[in-house]
Design a protein around this ligand. Structure first.
Ligand code: FAD
Ligand code: DLZ
Ligand code: SF4
Length: 510
């Protein structure tokens, strides 16, 4: 009897749960390009092209191995347009007696999957996605009835459990976390390494034609397209990162520089999240480099913390708290997303740089997402749902399980402190310290009032004043509120008026 093995676009791993006991002589693997998944938010064309090209290459690899793959292309005239309808069609086509699939990365898709049985008329088995280093059940057990779910404690537990960077029972080097060493501003004299750029092959070129025709009007540039789209190329790109960038990854993790979109970052999130790279293998590879004396501990620990700590932690939070998590708006933020988020056309050099780069590359590194666009969204009080939809659409590595906790929790504090202990609000001073953006900006980062003042400064104080009732009691915000008290009501009123004038100039997308 044929079993239909469904593999989603972000499950491109041969050992994925749905394929584990596949019967080559009887089963069929279904992989489908569908309009609904490409448009439920209007994904960046580079993201769609990356995923379709990776899906097609993965299907070819399975076929080479002798598996029967039913690959439905987007331009197939019979394509029904949604995952559910394609599953129903495939069950009928192959006379499948049951469906096996892997737990998806978004609540929305899980909800839909739970309806496949009724729609297709055959049993559906949804298997746990074990590509992660902490299962949903393990995370729930860790969370237990803890009052606070802080990443740092989760991370230590994961280091112990996976024996990464451990010397016996103690953390390597005597400290769990070397973040304090990882805050250097961008170097003036060092040229950052470049990530591996892959020339599209015929399969990818066909996808580019398709995406240009169907989704060319979405936000973002399709070309030049250089992302690795196969496991082998993703591994080669990661090797290049290890050799050329990892040694300075820690030092310049938080730095930002004009015209340098990737700096010393790995650009591996899109590959990890789609299944082309394995998180534990990356962590072990990086630990090996440190043990061999080729990279410093602050680099190895900093990198491993992102994957073993943050990546697993945000996924744990997502599945622990969804679907209610997405609905909260703790700071009652209600301003529509300004149109310049879709054009990059603004006099604020930091935002123009981060958004322009996002438009070109479907990529921005963590500090650009957190402290440039993220900080602006927070202090300007932009609506969480609109900000979240933007982040989900524009980054090649974005899926809701990882995007939502980062945006809703870490950036916007819309969860009221489930994920972070305080909002990461900052004035222009932070951006000036960690980037060269302010050097050529039409605004003056050292000024808070007047026509040339950096808007981030007045917005910051407006944010603190606007949310005083909710935030003053937070012990981690004692200093800013003490500073505000020293400023006095007149200066605060002037700053709030300045912020108000700026906010009045923002127009939502028509
Ligand atoms: P590197 O800096 O080289 O880090 C290596 C890897 O660590 C990343 O590829 C990623 O897998 C992991 N990592 C680092 N930080 C985080 C984090 N906070 N949460 C989860 N994983 C992390 N990451 C996504 O994968 N998808 C998203 O949709 C996404 N949205 C984000 C939105 C906001 C507002 C913020 C602040 C962060 C977001 N991140 C997201 C986390 C992080 O910014 C990206 O993983 C990273 O920028 C990807 O680039 P890189 O591969 O070069 O990462
Ligand atoms: C993001 C995406 C896109 C653009 N297209 C598809 C698709 O055509 N087929 C598919 O199976 N998956 C796609 N995806 C990824 C899904 O949205 C993804 O499975 C969910 O984000 C849940 O993990
Ligand atoms: Fe951004 Fe202000 Fe610096 Fe301009 S001066 S780049 S707006 S932080």
């Amino acid at each position: 009897m044929t079993v239909l093995r469904v593999v989603l676009g972000d499950q491109l791993t041969r050992s994925v749960a749905a394929l584990r006991d596949v019967d080559r002589s009887a089963d069929t693997v279904l992989i489908a390009e569908v309009t609904a998944e490409a448009t439920y938010v209007r994904h960046h064309p580079k993201k769609i092209a990356f995923l379709f090209a990776a899906m097609r290459h993965f299907a070819d690899a399975l076929r080479t191995e002798g598996l029967a793959v039913d690959y439905v292309t987007l331009d197939d005239p019979a394509n029904a347009g949604s995952l559910r309808d394609e599953v129903v069609r495939a069950v009928a086509r192959h006379g499948a007696s049951r469906i096996v699939c892997t737990f998806p990365g978004e609540w929305r898709v899980l909800d839909d999957m739970r309806g496949w049985e009724a729609a297709a008329g055959v049993p559906v088995e949804i298997r746990e996605d074990d590509r992660f280093l902490c299962s949903r059940a393990e995370f729930a057990a860790w969370a237990g009835d803890r009052r606070q779910l802080r990443m740092e404690y989760f991370y230590r537990e994961m280091r112990r459990r996976h024996r990464l960077l451990m010397d016996g029972d103690a953390p390597a080097g005597g400290q769990w976390n070397y973040d304090a060493e990882n805050r250097r501003p961008p170097p003036r004299d060092l040229v950052p390494p470049t990530p591996l750029r892959v020339t599209p092959d015929a399969t990818t070129a066909a996808v580019l034609d398709l995406v240009r025709g169907r989704f060319g009007n979405h936000f973002g540039d399709l070309e030049p397209f250089w992302f690795p789209v196969t496991r082998a190329d993703a591994e080669a790109a990661f090797e290049r990162f290890v050799e050329t960038a990892l040694p300075l990854f820690g030092d310049y993790q938080d730095a930002m520089k004009r015209g340098e979109p990737t700096l010393w970052h790995a650009v591996c999130g899109l590959h990890l999240n789609a299944g082309l790279l394995d998180p534990l293998a990356l962590c072990r590879r990086v630990e090996g480099e440190w043990r061999a004396g080729r990279v410093p501990l602050n680099a190895a620990e900093g990198f491993i913390r992102q994957i073993l700590g943050w990546r697993e932690y945000v996924r744990g939070i997502y599945w622990l708290k969804m679907p209610a998590y997405a609905t909260t708006n703790h700071l009652a933020a209600d301003r529509p997303l300004p149109d310049f988020w879709w054009t990059g056309e603004t006099d604020m050099a930091c935002l123009a740089e981060a958004i322009g780069q996002t438009k070109r590359e479907a990529y921005a590194h963590h500090i650009q997402r957190l402290m440039v666009t993220g900080n602006f969204a927070l202090i300007a009080g932009l609506r969480p749902a609109e900000v979240e939809a933007w982040y989900l659409a524009v980054y090649a590595d974005a899926y809701e399980w990882v995007e939502l906790p980062n945006v809703h929790g870490m950036v916007l504090f819309a969860d009221g402190g489930v994920l972070g202990s305080k909002p990461y609000a900052a004035s222009g001073k932070y951006i000036d310290r960690m980037s060269d953006y302010c050097d050529g900006c039409r605004y003056d980062v050292s000024a808070a009032l007047g026509p040339d003042a950096c808007p981030m400064n007045a917005l910051y104080w407006d944010f603190m004043a606007r949310n005083e009732g909710r935030l003053r009691g937070n012990p981690r915000l004692r200093n800013p509120y003490a500073t505000m008290d020293r400023m006095g009501p007149e200066r605060i009123a002037a700053l709030r008026a300045q912020a108000g004038r700026f906010l009045d100039t923002l127009t939502p997308r028509g």
